[in-house]
Write a protein that binds this ligand. Structure first.
Ligand SMILES: [Fe+2]
Length: 240
């Protein structure tokens, strides 16, 4: 397969090809106000949605790490000359795992991990986050046909969120370390052949995203944006 920046989105995904970089807008704290993207929450709105679920500390550490890795990657992809919706990437990454902390009897949990988060966010009025959130789980890399269909049409935003989740557990780590911890936690999950196929698809994703960002995997960092957003969301809710 050819690997290159063009692999990070071909316009066939349904996302606009030339979205603006809203996180650089002076009013990026507020919800995006443009008509074509009014359902994408800004940083503080995304943090407020997360806070509404009263996330436990372990969960918050993970989603903050993923959101900051994703934010860094999106910023580098944009700086490297490829249009990317940074607000969508940041919000989807912060909210990608929400189905894990919904009440056990919430019906969207029955949809399975990823799809549950997508359905919950759609119900909250943010359907534009659904695809990036639904595509992130590691299990999406296990079925070769499903992976090829996704890889053919996934937007750059979807790829960045999916890759960021493969670089952060409680903190930024290498993909090798992440795989070691997954295999320790799920020793009976897949046979050796499937693990190898999943790993090689994840490595392909890593190559595509890092190439578009103009960096090596070792140069991935966190863009520290979540603490301020969470603080502002808490201040907004106590002021109400
Ligand atoms: Fe995650």
């Amino acid at each position: 397969m050819l690997i290159g920046a063009s692999m990070l989105g071909d316009g066939a995904s349904g996302y606009p090809a030339n979205v603006t970089d809203r996180s650089q807008h002076p009013d990026s704290r507020a919800d995006s106000a443009t008509i074509e993207s009014m359902t994408i929450p800004g940083r503080v709105a995304a943090a407020a949605l997360l806070a509404s679920l009263d996330p436990p500390a372990w969960f918050l550490a993970h989603v903050r790490a993923v959101a900051e890795v994703a934010g860094f990657l999106a910023a580098r992809v944009a700086a490297n000359g490829t249009a990317v919706d940074r607000s969508l990437v940041e919000a989807a990454a912060l909210l990608h795992d929400v189905d894990k902390i919904l009440p056990a009897d919430d019906p969207v949990r029955r949809l399975g991990h990823g799809h549950g988060s997508a359905a919950w966010l759609t119900k909250q009025g943010h359907p534009e986050l659904a695809r990036s959130v639904a595509a992130h789980p590691l299990t999406r890399l296990a079925d070769g046909d499903a992976y090829r269909r996704w890889a053919a049409f996934a937007s750059r935003e979807e790829r960045i969120v999916a890759y960021a989740d493969k670089r952060a557990g409680q903190r930024l780590e290498s993909m090798a370390a992440r795989f070691t911890s997954w295999r320790r936690r799920y020793p009976d999950g897949w046979d050796e052949l499937t693990w190898r196929a999943v790993r090689s698809r994840a490595e392909r994703l890593e190559s595509e995203v890092c190439r578009a960002a103009g960096i090596t995997p070792a140069e991935v960092r966190r863009l520290p944006w979540t603490a301020a957003a969470i603080r502002a969301a808490r201040a907004d809710s106590t002021a109400r």
